[in-house]
Unconditional design. Structure first.
Lengths: 300, 308
């Protein structure tokens, strides 16, 4: 049965490498990951305050404009925005992967169960996804973080909670197409149990769309986290987040446009790169149903 | 068709009950005492107690829950904890403003998106096509709240062309920035779909015939290409409208647009359960009605599809 894994998730590396845009995406993500991973060794302390500075014989007050010392300028307390952004990237990447991981595991499990087991189980799970999908996403995420209390982990839980129904539906669709295949019947006829069939035969054959859905959902998670933090429902100081830096910078848009500007540019670049990689994955894997996982991602 | 429509609407009732249940559960776990919130920070404990009794917060939770569902079933949204006004009255005031914003945004995105797609398709592989398609590939990636902020900086703070936020008379200068912000992320998708649909039709024999009989390029596009390419374009506009509704709360809060999204946000901040649940219900119903309308429209422009 190992053969069937290869069949559905063939990954054509040559085609992936030939397309230029996904490679650019991979490059940017790599730079961001390295920056985030080695942040303390690369940038100065993001909490270091500098309330005055001598320039041309005059004393000036923060926010200081971008220069060679502060690439992205400083905020109203003279803290280096580049350093804050790099630490914020850390948060974004952690949230993106954690949220997507959680929602993929939950969504895949429920999707497998929903597609494979009798209609009564399927109905219950699908009605729950109907309810979750009917919510205005950002309002639901805000309500859940308000209930759980703000913080990195609760934001991840809230976002995973709103993201799993899409995954469950995608996986269910795949399972419905697979469960009547001859090899599933063959496995059953030699006495394999339901769970063994699901995990060893059905799941490997939906892996292609699942991998694509994983990558396509990361930008949404990153943007929703930034959005929640922007509105004060997300990650709280002192944990840095791109969303809350942009929110802090709102009041300074006239005197220091770099303050909200650069963090947003970095956020956009990150989201764009992950999207490009996702598009590249779709092209090489060509799973028919995976595109649905992208719905609603740009709502923040 | 009628039976299908009725069934779709009936199917939504259990979903609404689910929505209300989830919200009720969440808001009752939420820390904070609604009676104290209503009384204000410096209120006398007696006043808080009176309000608690008046509003029925002292009853067991399941009684409050059943009562709440029963009221909703009768179409009673109740009173807002915050403004103490009937919520229905508030909603009738804020919802039309959201409709205005949504329509302005969708019209903007449909007109510009389809136009870009037409330009790209008719100049296939030219520089305009490449430019538009490159931008289209990048478009989905903007975080809406940051885009809003940047547009405010450029057009309201520096150029001083438009007001940064607020509400005027509906379709006036105040609607431009929020509508454009909502429309921008969908332009790329619409342009891409339009281009693909047009290119498919442009390859058909009857287009060659139209050209051969000497019809001018613009007329060929308008009379023969567009009507035949309409189905995927209309479907995309429909699904795009649903996406756009999801962004409404964020945009309304940032641009201080007094619509239902901002109303819901304020209700959440104030722990105003009846107002929050009413606005979530209205938003969810609007989204599902738009979905239904798209499906019906789809069958209308493509007679081969029949819903039973």
């Amino acid at each position: 049965m190992r053969l069937s894994i290869r069949e559905s998730a063939t990954f054509d590396w040559r085609r992936f490498l030939q397309a230029r845009l996904p490679l650019v995406g991979v490059g940017v993500i790599l730079v961001f990951v390295l920056l985030a991973a080695f942040a303390p060794f690369i940038v100065s302390d993001p909490t270091e305050i500098e309330m005055r500075r001598e320039q041309d014989g005059e004393t000036i007050r923060p926010p200081f404009a971008p220069n060679s010392q502060n690439l992205f300028g400083t905020d109203q307390l003279g803290r280096d925005i580049f350093a804050r952004v790099v630490f914020g990237l850390r948060t974004s990447l952690i949230v993106g992967i954690l949220v997507r991981g959680l929602s993929m595991v939950a969504g895949t499990m429920l999707g497998l169960i929903s597609g494979y087991f009798p209609k009564s189980v399927d109905d219950i799970i699908m009605r729950i996804t109907d309810i979750m999908l009917a919510f205005p996403v950002i309002l639901l995420a805000m309500t859940v973080t308000a209930v759980l209390g703000p913080g990195l982990l609760t934001v991840c839980l809230a976002l995973a909670l709103v993201a799993w129904p899409d995954v469950a539906r995608l996986v269910r669709g795949q399972v419905l197409a697979i469960r009547d295949q001859t090899y599933v019947e063959a496995a059953r006829s030699i006495g394999a149990g339901n769970w063994r069939i699901l995990l060893r035969h059905v799941l490997p054959n939906c892996l292609g769309p699942i991998i694509v859905a994983f990558s396509m959902g990361i930008p949404g998670a990153i943007m929703y986290e930034a959005g929640l933090s922007f509105f004060g429902f997300g990650i709280q100081p002192p944990t840095p987040s791109l969303g809350s830096i942009i929110s802090d910078g709102r009041g300074y848009i006239t005197v220091a446009p770099w303050y909200p500007g650069f963090p947003g540019l970095v956020l956009t670049l990150l989201v764009l790169s992950v999207n490009l990689v996702g598009d590249g994955l779709i092209d090489v894997m060509n799973p028919r149903a995976a595109k649905g996982a992208r719905n609603g991602q740009s709502a923040t | 068709m009628l039976g299908y429509t009725v069934r779709r609407i009936l199917q939504f009732i259990p979903i609404l009950i689910g929505l209300v249940t989830v919200l009720f559960a969440l808001l009752n776990i939420l820390p904070g005492d609604p009676a104290r919130m209503m009384a204000g920070p410096f209120a006398n404990p007696d006043v808080v107690e009176t309000i608690r009794e008046e509003m029925g917060f002292d009853r067991p939770l399941w009684v409050q829950y059943v009562d709440n569902l029963w009221n909703l079933a009768r179409g009673e949204f109740g009173r807002s904890y915050q403004s103490r006004r009937p919520i229905l009255k508030d909603l009738l005031e804020v919802f039309p403003k959201t409709v205005q914003l949504a329509i302005a945004a969708e019209v903007t995105s449909a007109l510009i998106g389809v136009w870009l797609g037409i330009v790209a398709a008719t100049r296939r592989n030219g520089w305009a096509d490449r430019l538009i398609m490159t931008i289209a590939a990048l478009n989905l990636s903007f975080p809406l709240f940051w885009l809003a902020l940047m547009l405010q900086i450029v057009f309201a703070v520096f150029l001083r062309l438009l007001p940064p936020s607020g509400y005027g008379a509906g379709f006036d200068q105040f609607v431009i920035l929020p509508a454009v912000t909502l429309a921008l992320p969908s332009l790329g998708l619409l342009a891409r779909i339009t281009r693909a649909a047009l290119l498919e039709v442009l390859g058909e024999d009857y287009i060659r015939t139209a050209r051969a009989k000497g019809l001018k390029g613009v007329l060929v596009v308008r009379r023969h290409v567009l009507p035949n390419a309409l189905i995927p374009i209309v479907t995309t506009i429909g699904t795009d409208f649903v996406r756009l509704l999801g962004g409404i709360p964020i945009i309304e809060v940032i641009f201080a647009w007094p619509g239902i999204g901002k109303y819901a946000y304020d209700a959440l901040v104030f722990r105003d359960l009846p107002a929050l649940q009413a606005s979530v219900i209205v938003l969810a119903v609007s989204v599902s009605l738009v979905n239904l309308a798209v499906d019906l429209l789809y069958a209308f422009i493509n007679p081969r599809i029949r819903y039973v």
